[in-house]
Design a binder for this molecule. Sequence first.
Ligand code: AMP
Length: 289
Amino acid sequence: MKIARTRDELESAVSSLRADGNAGRTIGLVPTMGALHDGHLSLVRASREQCPATIVSIFVNPTQFAVGEDLSSYPRPIGRDLEMLEAAGVDLVFLPDEATMYPPGCSTMVDPPAVARALEGAVRPAHFRGVATVVLKLLLLTGADAAIFGQKDYQQSLVVRHMVRDLNVPVQIVVSPIVRDDDGLALSSRNRYLDADQREIALSLNRALRGAASAIELGETDGDAVMAGMMQALLESGVDQVNYAVVADPETLELIEKVHPPVVLLVAARVGTTRLIDNLVIQARSASE
Ligand code: AMP
């Protein structure tokens, strides 16, 4: 497994991945902020199934954090991350520093698509501007043919899909399912901030989603009632703040009044000082149902 830290190192490593013997090799990119877990590794597996060569980037992107968020304390267990990526069969790891990604004088940022405005965008106003910018830069720097994102960050995957569509970026965006712990908690680098009691409370995010899904399955069509049910489940379990608990259109994220799947349920809540997000897509019922 090669490691590239600078643009020059990346360029030469990418050209050897595409070199003569490997002509036409498609390259899959998995962008991450490190502190890797099996959710990230599932994206690596998805890339390796589809692409003969896989690049993973690890960069804790400062432009997507607001002042007061956890940029400086974000976990950076780089040695362990590299071991995991080597064992997972990754070809190349891109490990840029801040000056490589944002050289002095760099002042252009991507104005993200409309789908960035609600939900996470409302709670974290500059977040998707930073995400869209860093993702576009990583796509251009690596020249990847495909990029794999997790459904865990549902709105982020939509922002990226809409951005590459709107800006004609020649890359295929793949969205890979959420990986959960045995107890149902969606894996996240931030779960390590939770103590045992908080982790118990955090399970309510998935529970609220599953409760809403069963209500819809049993015939509930009132969007407000579904949202109120999720909100109540979260508050009763003791989360410190609910940012949102919504049923939305899976493509536009507009809130839904009358629920007819496909829909997406999205929740975000704070447990102690840790913000957690989760979601569940309810597919369209088949014609025979
Ligand atoms: P992050 O390192 O948090 O920026 O995440 C990097 C990528 O991993 C993003 O595309 C996330 O959506 C994805 N990811 C994070 N957690 C999970 C999970 N539990 N299951 C699937 N993908 C995930």
